[in-house]
Ligand binder design. Structure first.
Ligand SMILES: [Zn+2]
Length: 173
């Protein structure tokens, strides 16, 4: 939900484009004292759609854009595995979130977790974060399934839904 998604995967830096307002939103969060971490499923690595060098170039570009906007990203954590590998890190697993806690020395209990897929919301709930859904990326489809998903999510509270990351941050700060 930082960049435009593609069903064909984002395979190069040229294909990576930030959603308007998302870079500024991350910068605002970090300026307000939040540590912003990213947890992303990147099975395209194992599928051979792009290399680790490409993914790191994209992450470097993202960090540079956020820095130019006056903020910083505390960490970017990715899962390179395929869905059927049974790893602990691929969302809805919470391995990436545990890595964030360990490496940033942060307690994610109650932390806002913004995502666009059901896997994001499930990982957020499993790690005791506060899931927030955005309509960018896969978000509209997820929103359509949300009522049914609420049962699976087994959370007491409704998942708030926003148009995009900028709207979340505008409301949060
Ligand atoms: Zn993994």
């Amino acid at each position: 939900m930082i960049n435009y998604d593609s069903d064909d995967y984002i395979k190069s830096l040229e294909e990576w484009h930030p959603i308007p307002g998302s870079i500024e939103a991350i910068a605002q969060l970090s300026q307000a004292g939040y540590q912003v971490a990213i947890a992303t499923n990147q099975s395209g690595l194992s599928r051979g759609y792009f290399t680790l060098d490409t993914l790191e170039a994209i992450h470097d570009h993202l960090r540079t854009l956020v820095a130019d906007a006056g903020g910083s990203i505390a960490g970017i954590f990715y899962c390179p595995h395929l869905p059927d590998e049974g790893c602990a890190c691929r969302k809805p697993g919470i391995g990436l979130l545990q890595s964030i806690e360990r490496e940033l020395g942060a307690d994610l209990t109650g932390a806002p977790f913004v995502g666009d897929s059901l896997k994001d919301l499930q990982a957020a709930r499993a790690a005791l974060c506060e899931p927030i859904l955005v309509r960018t990326g896969k978000g509209r489809g997820t929103e359509a399934r949300l009522q049914e998903a609420e049962v699976q999510l087994a959370g007491a509270t409704r998942v708030p839904v926003y148009d995009d990351l900028a709207a979340v941050v505008g409301d949060w700060l």
